[in-house]
Design a protein around this ligand. Structure first.
Ligand code: MEV
Length: 293
């Protein structure tokens, strides 16, 4: 039996624009994880600590088929999944599953894959889940470091740790559908969307500098600015705008939708002084507090 694990993630800046070649920043959330165990089996089988719909089972089977074809694997397996990463909220549940499974497959079949090969395999798996992903999710999960991504991942260091409150809107969008909607809108009005993506890209570059110099106040302002652009893209809904406004009114330094949007998570930048007030303002939502370093 082999065992592997991979972490959750949050997109700090640049979601959606990154799918169109612009830069984005993502950070790992190591305390939330997906564990995968693999053992030999008479026939292919899956188990999960969560109940799986037929569609999910189908996608997981397809994910395994991608790995079998890629590495010319022979013999059946039992794949056992155990995850505490919330699904369809923007915390990287599918990326963690893809990376953990690629790692476990590498060990089980003695493939000796390096980190780049694991990441490339996980990216192929991610396409099953998301259609046309950028590759940022599997990269940040695979490297488990803050990532600046522009077609390829670049790990970078954060000067001063900071705290995010991750608030779940309770609405679970399908990333695949949201990506398809944005692609449709982009094809219909490429000029408008390209301009929005360029504006977002400029925010991402500034945000990286703030993270590298420890300018947390400006980082918060940039998060809220990025959120405004996500609204213009049409991926924030009234519930996520509400969370952003509640958080800002309670003194947060910045807040934005994170990930595909149309629900999912809002990330909120707090200080030791504002954390409790923000948590109180968001008490009707499920929240996670994560220190980013
Ligand atoms: C999803 O976590 C981030 C998106 O930009 C999609 C992607 O980059 O693959 C919305």
């Amino acid at each position: 039996m082999t065992h592997a694990s991979a972490c959750g993630k949050i997109i700090m800046f640049g979601e959606h624009a990154v799918v169109y070649g612009r830069q984005a920043i993502a950070v790992p959330i190591p305390s939330y994880r997906t564990d995968v165990k693999i053992e030999d089996s008479e026939e292919f089988n899956l188990t999960s600590n969560r109940e799986l719909s037929d569609k999910e089972k189908d996608r997981l089977t397809q994910m395994c088929s991608v790995l079998y074809a890629r590495f010319k694997l022979v013999g059946n397996i039992l794949l056992e999944i155990n995850s505490d990463i919330p699904i369809n909220t923007g915390m990287g549940s599918s990326a963690a599953l893809s990376v953990a499974t690629a790692r476990a497959v590498s060990d089980h079949f003695k493939l000796g894959l390096g980190i780049e090969e694991i990441n490339a395999a996980a990216f192929e798996c991610e396409k099953i889940f998301h259609g046309t992903p950028s590759g940022i999710d599997n990269s940040v999960v695979c490297y488990e470091k803050p990532i600046y991504f522009m077609e390829t991942p670049q790990a970078f260091d954060i000067k001063e740790k900071f705290t995010l409150v991750i608030a779940n809107s309770g609405i679970r969008p399908s990333t695949k559908e949201v990506l398809a909607e944005i692609r449709f809108a982009y094809i219909k009005d490429t000029e408008k969307y390209s301009k929005l993506f360029d504006e977002i890209a400029a925010i991402v570059s500034q945000a990286r500098k703030c993270m590298e110099t420890g300018d947390i106040k400006s980082l918060g302002n940039l998060m809220t600015l990025n959120h405004d652009y996500l609204r213009m893209l049409g991926v924030s809904i009234p519930e996520t705008d509400r969370i952003v406004n509640l958080a800002l009114d309670a003194g947060a330094l910045g807040a934005k939708v994170s990930g595909a949007g149309k629900g999912g998570n809002v990330i909120v930048l707090v200080t030791d002084k504002t954390k409790d007030k923000v948590l109180e303002a968001l008490s009707s939502y499920k929240t996670i507090i994560s220190e980013i370093r």
